[in-house]
Design a protein around this ligand. Structure first.
Ligand code: COA
Length: 322
């Protein structure tokens, strides 16, 4: 089964927060942030929601594909920062864009979420259940960040990216995936939600902000992601040299450089936008994909590797022949 990316779109909040802006609120500096992460600025919501950003990204992806919302079979939104537990973001998107015939639900695999959602959409199509899908990564992380914690608040940004994909049953298999989870290390990057408090019980208070062991996460990404990409290449009988571009989750430029080094791949094959948008968790890969695609750098027949990694811990990779 062949699945084609027919359209992409993204949406970022209008408001931009530079490192110098941040330094007015927490004890940090542009120099420190750039040196450790490569990040220069990020978009921060002043009212945009996960659902509104996701909807705008979907509208752009459909326009890019020349499709109307009524044609959509499936809407999958990867997010770890919805405003509401109910209804799910995907149903809010369905309503906002008028995709009245679509099935819609959310999926949370943090920064690997978009990749896991793409794999889910691909599996539905390979099984002949749906013919097309809008796959979205959308986050407003700024509401779950502790803006007094300089170790985390410098890293993240808000935004959404979407792809419209369509199945072509007659053609060759052009997408291949590997995905993994390691819940044993889950507590190195965590964020609580509402504490358990009911008529009968009042649970221990937990932080509703993101907390993280930065060094553990760095080592996890630098070790596991190259292993995961090599596993994918072995599975598909490809080598690093066969890949035109590696589109990695945009956590940090130093992580991307470490992964490129371990893979012995030229860093020029790793497009990056983390400098301008920070880490947008599940939105990172689809926003980068949209930017690269619209810049004209992709040509038919090229091979891309996408790889996501983050809280869970979750990680995965996918190779696409365009
Ligand atoms: N500005 C200035 N100083 C800061 C700072 C900031 N924003 N954040 C931390 N520091 C200080 C620390 O307090 C510490 O000072 P000390 O030595 O006096 O105690 C020093 O800088 C070093 O802190 P440390 O946390 O050890 O820095 P680091 O080299 O590990 O870099 C990260 C921190 C977060 C940049 C790095 O660990 C990282 O990139 N980790 C991966 C995080 C990530 O990508 N998470 C999401 C994955 S999906």
């Amino acid at each position: 089964m062949n699945m084609q990316i027919k359209g992409t779109g993204s949406s970022l909040p209008a408001n931009v927060l530079t490192n110098d802006d941040l330094a007015k609120y927490v004890e940090t500096s542009d120099e420190w942030i750039k040196e450790r992460t490569g990040i220069e600025k990020r978009h921060i919501s002043t009212g945009e929601t996960v659902a509104s950003l996701a909807s705008e990204a979907c509208i752009k992806a459909l326009a890019d594909a020349g499709k109307s919302a009524e044609d959509v079979d499936l809407i999958l939104v990867a997010t770890c920062s919805p405003e509401m537990a109910l209804p799910c973001v995907a149903c809010q998107v369905q309503d906002a864009i008028g995709a009245v015939n679509a099935v819609a639900f959310d999926l949370n695999a943090a920064c690997a979420g978009f990749l896991f959602a793409l794999h889910t959409a691909h599996s539905y199509m390979a099984a002949g259940i749906y013919k097309n899908a809008l796959v979205v990564g959308a986050e407003v992380l700024s509401k779950i960040i502790d803006w007094e914690d300089r170790g985390t608040c410098i890293l993240f940004g808000d935004g959404a990216g979407a792809v419209y994909v369509e199945a072509d049953a007659a053609k060759a298999y052009n997408f291949s995936f590997v995905q993994h989870a390691d819940g044993r290390k889950g507590m190195v990057l965590k964020c609580g939600t509402r504490n358990l408090k009911n008529l009968l019980y009042s649970g221990e208070e937990q932080s509703m902000f993101v907390t993280m062991d930065g060094r553990e996460i760095f080592q996890f990404a630098a070790r596991q992601v190259p292993g995961c990409i090599n596993e994918l290449l072995e599975k598909t009988n490809l080598s690093v040299d066969d890949i035109d571009y590696f589109l990695l989750h945009q956590a940090n430029l130093r992580i991307i450089e470490a992964i490129a080094k371990r893979l012995k791949a030229d860093i020029s094959k790793f497009p990056a936008n983390v400098q301008n948008v920070g880490n947008m968790s599940s939105a990172s890969i689809p926003v980068l994909l949209d930017e690269c695609r619209k810049s004209g750098m992709f040509k038919p027949g090229m091979k891309l590797v996408l790889s996501g990694f983050g809280a869970g811990l979750t990680y995965g990779a996918c190779v696409i022949t365009l």
